[in-house]
Design a protein around this ligand. Sequence first.
Ligand code: FAD
Length: 461
Amino acid sequence: ALTVVWLRDDLRLADNPALHAAAERGEVVVCYVLDEVSEGIRPLGGASRWWLHHSLTALGASLKERGMELILRSGPAQAVVPRVAAECEADAVFWNRRYGLAERTQDAALKASLGDGGYAVRSFQANLLFEPWEVTTGSGTPYKVFSPFWRACRNRPAPRAPLGVPGSLNGPVTESEDLASWRLLPYAPDWAAGLRETWDPGEHAAQSRLQHFLAETIDGYARARELPDTEGTSRLSPHLRFGEISPFQVWQLAGADSGTAAAGDLTVFMQELGWREFCWQLLYHQPDLATANYRPEFNAFPWQQPVEEELDAWRYGRTGFPLIDAGMRQLWHTGWMHNRVRMAAGSFLIKNMMVDWRVGEQWFWDTLVDADPANNPANWQWVAGSGADAAPYFRIFNPVTQSKKFDADGGYLRRWIPELRSAGNVHEPWKEGVSGYPAPLLDLKASRDQALSAYQDLRQA
Ligand code: FAD
């Protein structure tokens, strides 16, 4: 028996149920398809393309160590996957499930056509701890609020134990494209220097990051995760996004290996994984989460047409508000931003600049290495107030208060904004006038009042 394993957002050998089941049957061909043409599949942003290139390189190397090739193909998956199966005379095609509507539609169509062609086709649960359709309210509807959702998850049977790397892998080699020809890396200009300095994509690096987190960081996580100047969080997000590590592996190791961590730290960390599950079940039930307001009343919100220079000031960290600028520069340089600062930067764009959340979502989609089809839109809608279980409309993050509270000594601000390194009042540089650093883009109080009244109008309408 020979099985084609079609990898997608599961670029790992360990705890890969499709690969595991294929190896148990016999020979295996592992293939990845770059599909930039099928309708409805969101094209990857720049930072994600960079990550994908390196992740595929790492996966190819791991397979090579086992005497296997990673087969790379591009084109519409609908045509490419059956072609690969036919070429290598496979009798089965296996994959791990995806949850976006376009992806599910594509998978269902392939399952039907491959099945008609006589192939055995199987799909597996690999990337979410709980299948989105499994967790529903008593009346069978999806949860709209996180806490009861997560309680319901925790009341279900515990997530399964992760699988190992298949003991033996072998199979024939078929034609593969050259990864470099996909041009996933930036060239002219090469803006990826900061990404290279910061990240090490791939399954091995994901495992070491998890080990490091459990050994060094989880202790005190509940508090330290709020402080952008510390390495207080796991930074597993891009690894989880590309499936270099599975949530089952994280779940089990965090439960088993964090002997010294206080129960509270562990609960909060597990809950963050729960938010990931929640975002994915939102996307499953509302496939247009990245383009449509979850709460339709927000369709009437008076977003303002952004002025391009002002938008650029936000994108590139020149708003004159240090916390926002530090965060946006961290994002531009490293492809990642601390969660607290993501919330503040999102709130600033939406509520102080009155720009539609979708504009920010798209920028993050393009620049985050962890840009995630569910987590990104769900969190943007949460900040906007248009989402499920959203932040209340009157919650407008004040960037000055936030930085005084979470970066009291200004270490984070000084790290990302060299102009402020010798400033006395790093939280409010306009009070002393720092040369080379922009004056505030807007009046915090006036813009806040304007947003509040727009939100109030919406509520009354
Ligand atoms: P940790 O604190 O170590 O958390 C562990 C894991 O839990 C993360 O890797 C992530 O998979 C998950 N997680 C944590 N917080 C959240 C959350 N709020 N929602 C969903 N999952 C969460 N996260 C993404 O993975 N991709 C995105 O595109 C993304 N866009 C965001 C946009 C905005 C406006 C905001 C406010 C948040 C966004 N987040 C996104 C959520 C969060 O900021 C990141 O998951 C987190 O900062 C990643 O760092 P970490 O791995 O060190 O997190």
